[in-house]
Design a protein around this ligand. Structure first.
Ligand SMILES: [Zn+2]
Ligand SMILES: [Zn+2]
Ligand SMILES: [Zn+2]
Ligand SMILES: [Zn+2]
Length: 497
């Protein structure tokens, strides 16, 4: 089959990708190796080879050559070092020492220079790729220049690399700031084998324009030095734009717009952003305080100052008031996330969901966040393990999963990881309820088998999506568990035929 992606260019979008022919959901669009990978900005101390978090204090593990943070596994395999190799030689040559930190959970500014440095060193080694792929990348110099972040980068990265690291004659201030800008605007998050977040520069993926409803998904393989595979999440017709997402799809419009403006320097005009109902989900809508059927929605979702109006009566509030109200509730939810006791969390989340029923649309993003958290708690915490849940709570878990899926089916449609995870969560309570109802004579054998069939389908869909993930990641492991569980359910089904 021919390459399904074509790159075009126009004044509004710059370079962007479209489908060069009809593409089926799940089809591979392209694969690429990162130009460079490394710690995110504001990272806490991590191993400079594998990026897993390590102690940054005096007793923490260090690279035996340069003394910068490195986990024990990696320092025992110095011959196989890839990511840290070039900077290690540079640190040794210039006697640049890592200053031990007291708090290994705080961001460690010394590491801010690592990823930009790797990009700069790659520029020398892969000049062709630099010219073909990186020089074309957007970095918004005017918007960044002289901001607080720009000044911090000037101090922590530009002056550090040109001073102590001895690169004054190699890289100009401008070039270093440009690389920092390119990373800020274009880098994607990747996860290490142990799940910690790092960033990587993937030029082909970066060409894709953003949408708050992406039709492309990608998997990154930590075991294969962070190779990326991009796939169509849904069927895409020839000529349609291919979209990835640069923000979190489960934020409401105002939050997404802000994260895009601050981090990526643009305003999104996708269909979802322009629609006050967010494609009929009412993901940001508040219930009207005046009438009983109305919803209060922004009159212009791209403008935080625009009035919010009721869909049924004349009631209007200022945009600022609507957002403050939402922010207040969001804060209440965030506070729960910091608690340690799972049971306490579960109780408070359920109570907040109850409290918000009069204020928020049932599928509001805050309610969706709470449901997402509850799905993780029901079945996993002491006293609420799957086998301990009474039928009413199994039904509760089913309902929570279905509500979250209603949202994901719209915002992350098709073969997305987020959907796969919820499909997995949904299968277990369906099976347990079916067994319980069968044993109590509330379910005929035929209906019981139908329920098993449904659970098998959920598991199979989950496995097909998660099979694309690196087998050593938690998603890759879940793919195997899902397949196994589907097999077992098939055997159970056969016992009843
Ligand atoms: Zn390591
Ligand atoms: Zn080293
Ligand atoms: Zn958008
Ligand atoms: Zn009203």
């Amino acid at each position: 089959m021919s390459c399904p992606v074509k790159v075009l260019e126009n004044a509004e979008l710059g370079r962007y990708s479209v489908a060069d022919r009809n593409i089926n959901a799940g089809e591979v669009l392209f694969e690429e190796n990162p130009f460079a990978i490394g710690p995110k900005a504001d990272s806490f101390p991590v191993c400079l080879e594998c990026c897993r978090s390590v102690d940054g204090n005096a007793g923490g593990p260090k690279c035996p050559l340069c003394g910068w943070p490195m986990c024990e596994d990696c320092s025992e395999n110095l011959n196989n070092i890839v990511n840290h190799k070039k900077e290690c030689a540079l640190f040794v040559e210039n006697k640049v020492k890592f200053q031990n930190v007291k708090d290994s959970n705080a961001s460690c500014v010394q590491l801010d220079c690592i990823t930009p440095l790797r990009v700069l060193l790659q520029k020398e080694d892969q000049a062709e790729r630099w010219n073909a792929e990186i020089t074309l990348m957007e970095y918004h110099p005017d918007a960044r220049k002289d901001t607080a972040i720009w000044k911090a980068d000037q101090r922590n990265v530009v002056e550090y690399l040109r001073g102590p690291c001895g690169l004054k004659d190699c890289f100009s201030e401008e070039l270093i700031q440009r690389v920092i800008g390119i990373l800020a605007v274009n880098a994607f998050e990747a996860r290490t084998n142990c799940g910690s977040a790092i960033r990587g520069l993937y030029p082909k993926l970066a060409i894709m324009s953003h949408s708050c409803v992406p039709n492309v998904v990608h998997s990154i393989y930590p075991s294969d030095n962070y190779r990326l595979v991009a796939r169509a999440a849904v069927d895409v017709a020839e000529g349609e734009k291919l979209h990835t997402t640069y923000t979190y799809t489960l934020y409401g419009t105002s939050l997404r717009q802000n994260s895009l403006k601050v981090g990526k320097y643009f305003t999104c005009h996708c269909a979802r952003c322009l629609d006050p109902t967010e494609l009929g989900t009412h993901f940001s809508s508040l219930n009207c305080e005046r009438c009983c059927n109305g919803l209060i929605e922004s009159s212009n979702p791209l403008d935080d100052q625009a009035d919010w109006k009721c869909t049924h009566c004349e009631f209007t509030i200022k945009g600022e008031t609507a957002l403050k109200k939402t922010q207040y509730m969001q804060n209440e939810v965030d506070k729960v996330g910091c608690l340690n006791d799972g049971r306490e969390k579960l109780d408070i989340y359920e109570r907040l969901l109850q409290n918000f029923t009069t204020i928020l649309h049932p599928l509001h993003f805050i309610n969706t966040t709470i449901r997402d958290n509850l799905i993780q708690l029901y079945g996993r915490i002491p006293g609420y393990r799957m086998s301990e849940l009474p039928d009413t709570l199994l039904e509760r878990k089913v309902e929570l999963c279905k509500d979250v899926l209603k949202i994901l089916n719209v915002f992350e449609p098709g073969k997305s990881r987020a959907r796969a995870m919820v499909l997995y969560e949904l299968h277990a309570p369906i099976v347990l309820l079916a067994k319980s109802n069968l044993s109590r004579g509330k379910l005929e054998v035929n209906e019981f088998k139908k329920k098993l069939e449904l659970a098998i389908e959920l598991l199979q869909e989950c496995a097909t999506i998660l099979e694309w993930e690196d087998s050593c990641t938690s998603e890759g492991i879940l793919a195997r568990i899902s397949k196994q569980a589907a097999l077992q359910l098939k055997q159970t089904r056969q016992m009843f035929s």
